[in-house]
Design a protein around this ligand. Structure first.
Ligand code: AHM
Ligand code: MG
Length: 338
């Protein structure tokens, strides 16, 4: 008999959101609208990132262009693009951005219930060398009905996130997103039609992997536990698939994306110089921890679950270990000295 055509090909991000495949049970139109604004932001920033190399030539960005105009850096452009898009519909009360010293209030309407945390353009050291960069975001709900928001509204542990995702400007642009309980889904951008199409439905991280990702240049400053773990991944042992391969782009969005799809481990631990690690709890660690757990992976500081940490400052740093459950477990064992 003929099978009806229930095609998973050609589903756009918008359609997926509209069908409630990503969203919240009983969600209001406001949340859906916010997700759509993020989809729009992804298109707007990608068009800017894709012209980055032309910036100085064409005068889009840079320091001072040939016309002598003051021009902006790409990370500032991404930040403004995102703030404008999120501010347009009025559902987002405030944004905490890695690019901004202070919170940015977008709406003082008490009905604006959502808060966004973001690193608008992560991997800044890779911008000038044409290597993958990305945008990271998370959405929280304001606990109280009040006009605007203040820093205390953002001091929520990551397990309270309603949604998290990232946009990777790689050889293609991809948007990966999860809303509480809906699984992790990836969409690939087709620039010829200007749409994100579902390409990776229900991403699950492998139980264990064979790749480790860490800035090994810092090894002299690591703790003993991290050094012993590092020696372990490089040891020869057929039974446990070692030595692991080493891959380190230096853009979290790229390193985490590879880890999510292929399994293994990414770590930016604390060291003698960076006592709390380098990455930011609100903008980087929490969104990724939320995504990795939703995909069956784990996210840890090495000693505790990232999503359980209650932040005390906006720009707080945290040691970050992301990956396959088995690989994060092994890292933790070495840190414990087991
Ligand atoms: P940024 O927010 O200034 O771009 O820095 C964050 C980046 C991450 O993308 C990446 O994981 C890390 O810094 C790399 O740091 P390092 O160059 O110390 O290895
Ligand atoms: Mg960053």
């Amino acid at each position: 008999s003929l099978q009806p055509s229930i095609s998973r090909v050609g589903i756009t991000l918008e359609a997926y959101i509209l069908e409630g495949m990503i969203g919240l049970p009983g969600a209001t139109g406001a949340f859906t609208s916010l997700l759509n604004q993020i989809g729009l932001t992804a298109k707007l920033i990608t068009s800017k990132v894709r012209r980055a190399g032309l910036a100085n030539i064409l005068g889009y960005t840079g320091e001072t262009n040939v016309q002598g105009e003051q021009v902006q850096k790409l990370d500032e452009v991404a930040n403004e693009t995102l703030l404008n898009a999120l501010g347009r519909r009025g559902h987002c009360a405030a944004v905490a951005s890695e690019e901004l010293e202070e919170l940015r209030i977008l709406s003082t309407d008490p009905r604006a219930r959502y808060l966004v945390v973001t690193d608008p353009l992560d991997g800044s050291s890779n911008i000038d060398v044409n290597i993958s960069i990305g945008t990271i975001f998370g959405i929280l709900r304001k606990a109280e009905d009040k006009a605007g928001a203040d820093i205390s509204d953002f001091m929520r542990p990551g397990h309270e996130l309603l949604a998290a995702g990232y946009i990777l400007y790689g050889s293609s642009t991809m948007l990966v997103i999860t809303t509480a309980g809906s699984g992790v889904h990836g969409f690939t951008y087709d620039p010829t039609v200007g749409e994100f199409f579902l390409s990776h439905e229900n991403i699950r991280i492998p139980e264990r992997g064979a790749i480790y990702s860490i800035n090994e240049g810092n090894s002299a400053r690591w703790t003993e536990g991290v050094r012993r773990w590092n020696a372990w991944v490089k040891e020869e042992d057929k039974a446990t698939g070692r030595p692991y391969a080493c891959r380190y782009v230096g853009s979290l969005v790229a390193d985490a994306h590879r880890t999510l799809l292929k399994g293994g481990i990414f770590a930016y631990p604390a060291d003698q110089k960076s006592k709390n690690g380098k990455l930011r709890l609100l903008y980087e660690a929490n969104p990724y921890a939320f995504i990795f757990e939703a995909a069956g992976g784990r996210a840890s500081t090495g000693t505790e679950r990232i999503l359980d940490i209650t932040p005390t400052e906006l720009h707080q740093r945290v040691p970050l270990v992301l990956g396959s459950p088995h690989d994060v477990e092994i890292f933790e064992e070495f840190v414990r000295g087991a």
